[in-house]
Design a protein around this ligand. Structure first.
Ligand code: TRP
Length: 354
């Protein structure tokens, strides 16, 4: 029995400004994973075409996500940071996966249904195939672990289904090509070329909610900028947004039980806990019984302390686009070498003439 070499992969779309939810829910996890893993972090610019085809500021959006990665502490030398379009093997493997995935599987994707809205006939083929490209992003490196938000879980299940079908349909070819390793999936022995990816979902504050409505996710598409703290916000703006955040009139409870039915209080305590790297229980030990007039200034101070070095570094990086581009180019080159190795083996497995 073998095992795939552990490799972390994740992607962020270059659309809209990054906010606290992206930082706490994703980027900070990416940073922590670097310590014990080989990691590849990708700005998924091809995916950005699925929501909107024409972007006036594509390049600066790509650079801004890259800057957020670097400013948050992702090390592009020990790991890989690049933009997806620099590695055409993603799109090549996505085509093969389009032929592996079944229409019935794609029709079950809730994100497609949400994004396509009522007029599904008008949605692009790219939006429909989005999860297949996402599977290719991951599997072109044969990555094993993917830190994502809860909302991407279904796409990772699809990634496993695609990997499993490829492994089973091509099992004899995989053997003949001298590729693949013996693993068990459930109780079933499989000679697998692609690993079964695992989502890495938990960790502090996986869901950061809107500052204006504790039942809605903090989102870059919310029309109210007061609903989110952006990574590039300065101290004064952060302070204003948190001071204006919606709350209820009660004092904070001493136990997490007391946050039930109080989505705004729950959200702010969750944000505090995540920023402080503590549990909500611990935050309530300190602030239980206190009014928001005491809690909010403490949250402002903490948020500014954590975020201002990041936004300052982002600003510095954004002032030198050529430097960011050179990092992306270097990452792209290293990613391409790895992805091409996989594609070469996939071409052998399928039986293409080379
Ligand atoms: N779909 C992901 C999101 O919206 C972005 C993404 C694209 C991704 N490819 C990926 C995430 C591969 C993880 C792995 O958040």
């Amino acid at each position: 029995m073998g095992e795939f070499k552990p490799l972390v992969f994740s992607g962020v779309q270059p659309t809209g400004n990054l906010h606290l939810g992206n930082y706490l829910g994703a980027i900070r996890k990416f940073v922590a994973l670097q310590e014990n893993n080989d990691c590849i972090y990708c700005v998924v610019d091809l995916h950005a075409l699925t929501a909107q085809l024409v972007h006036e500021d594509m390049a600066s959006q790509i650079r801004s996500i890259t800057a957020a990665f670097l400013a948050s502490g992702i090390d592009p030398k020990s790991h890989i940071v690049f933009n997806q379009s620099a590695v055409p093997q993603h799109a090549e493997l996505a085509w093969i996966f389009n032929c592996v995935a079944r229409i019935g599987w794609m029709n079950r994707m809730t994100q497609f249904k949400d994004k396509a809205g009522k007029d599904r006939e008008q949605a692009s083929l790219g939006l429909y195939a989005y999860p297949s490209l996402m599977a290719a992003d991951i599997l072109v490196y044969r990555a094993t672990h993917v830190p994502v938000g809860e909302d991407q879980k279904q796409h990772l299940e699809l990634t496993r289904d695609i990997a499993m079908k490829f492994n089973l349909d091509f099992m004899e070819h995989i053997r003949r090509a001298g590729q693949g390793i013996d693993i068990t999936v459930g109780d079933e022995p499989v000679h697998a070329y692609f690993p079964m990816v695992e989502p890495l979902i938990d960790g502090p504050a996986p869901r950061v909610m809107s500052l204006k409505d504790g039942t809605k996710k903090m989102s870059k598409s919310d029309p109210s900028d007061l609903s989110r703290v952006n990574l590039m916000d300065d101290a004064e703006t952060i302070s204003k947004k948190i001071r204006k955040a919606k709350t209820d009139p009660d004092a904070l409870p001493s136990e997490t039980e007391g946050l039930k039915g109080r989505p705004e209080a729950d959200n702010l305590v969750g944000i505090f806990a995540a920023l402080a790297d503590k549990s909500k229980e611990d935050v309530l030990k300190d602030f239980g019984g206190q009014q928001f007039s005491v809690f909010k200034p403490a949250l402002v101070e903490l948020a500014v302390e954590v975020l201002s070095p990041i936004s300052a570094e982002m600003r510095k990086l954004m002032a030198d686009p050529a430097h960011i581009d050179s990092i992306l180019r270097d990452g792209g080159e290293r990613a391409r070498a790895r992805a091409e190795k996989t594609m070469n083996e996939v071409r052998d497995i399928i039986g293409f003439v080379k």
